[in-house]
Write a protein that binds this ligand. Structure first.
Ligand code: SF4
Length: 239
């Protein structure tokens, strides 16, 4: 059984939320799955000490941009312990963030690589890797509580980028709970939604998973274009 402690540098209540995330064992199926992967490992990473616990959020606590992923990659974040770190999805996203000025390095390989996110905070709908990247609704409901808690603390967010439908749906549900309002929104790649004057602008992209990027459903230019749209939006709305 993996027992980990949050060692990141997020301050105050945002840091406390990460402590709770890392210790969480609510979803029995996901606890078993994340720990099994960390024991069996992929042959290429057999020398690695897999994180094997819920992966905390990371980034700039005063960020204006919130990126929401699906869940840790089995041999990426579930191995390295940092969101979007150590797998092809991480490389794809981080290189786009670097090209558009939101990251200091073009790759995210391991926790000590020196990468800093600029004006960006990254979280995910699930903090544990689900089998076949598919979480059941109960697991999504369980983990959404952390997203709601984070949204209460991230006071500077002006734009949200949902990577894929699961991230999108969970964010919309979280906002519904926070504002006690219902929204009838459907995910679509490259769409954006001005949900209400009280909420950040919501942007959408396909998730940068190998399933999408290797098939060119999502290419680097697509993701760059969405991130540049977010940059323009921030410029236009800056005080
Ligand atoms: S997915 Fe979220 S709620 Fe479920 S065990 Fe992991 S951290 Fe806890």
């Amino acid at each position: 059984m993996s027992s980990r402690t949050y060692e990141g540098n997020l301050p105050g209540k945002l840091g406390l939320i990460q402590h709770r995330i890392v210790k969480c064992r609510v979803c029995t199926r996901l606890v078993e799955h994340r720990e099994k992967i960390s024991m069996t490992k992929r042959a290429f990473f057999e020398h690695c000490d897999y994180w094997g616990a819920p992966v905390p959020s990371n980034g700039d606590p005063k960020a204006r941009v919130l990126i929401i992923g699906l869940a840790p990659g089995a041999h990426g974040a579930n191995r390295t312990g940092r969101m979007f770190t150590g797998d092809p999805s991480a490389t794809f996203l981080t290189s786009a963030l670097y090209r558009t000025g939101f990251a200091t390095l073009p790759d995210s390989s391991h926790i000590g690589d020196g990468l800093s996110l600029k004006d960006v905070f990254i979280t995910s709908a699930l903090h544990c890797v689900p089998p076949q990247d598919k979480a059941v609704m109960l697991e999504q409901n369980n983990c959404r509580d952390f997203l709601i808690q984070e949204l209460h603390q991230l006071r500077g967010i002006k734009a949200v980028l949902a990577l894929g439908k699961v991230a999108f749906d969970n964010y919309v549900k979280a906002v519904s709970v926070i504002h006690n309002e219902s929204y009838n929104l459907k995910f679509g790649h490259n769409l954006s939604f001005d949900m209400s004057p009280k909420t950040p602008m919501l942007f959408c992209s396909y998730h940068p998973s190998p399933r999408n990027t290797y098939t060119k459903r999502l290419d680097a230019k697509d993701l760059d274009a969405i991130l540049f749209r977010i940059k323009d939006f921030l410029l236009k709305t800056s005080d």
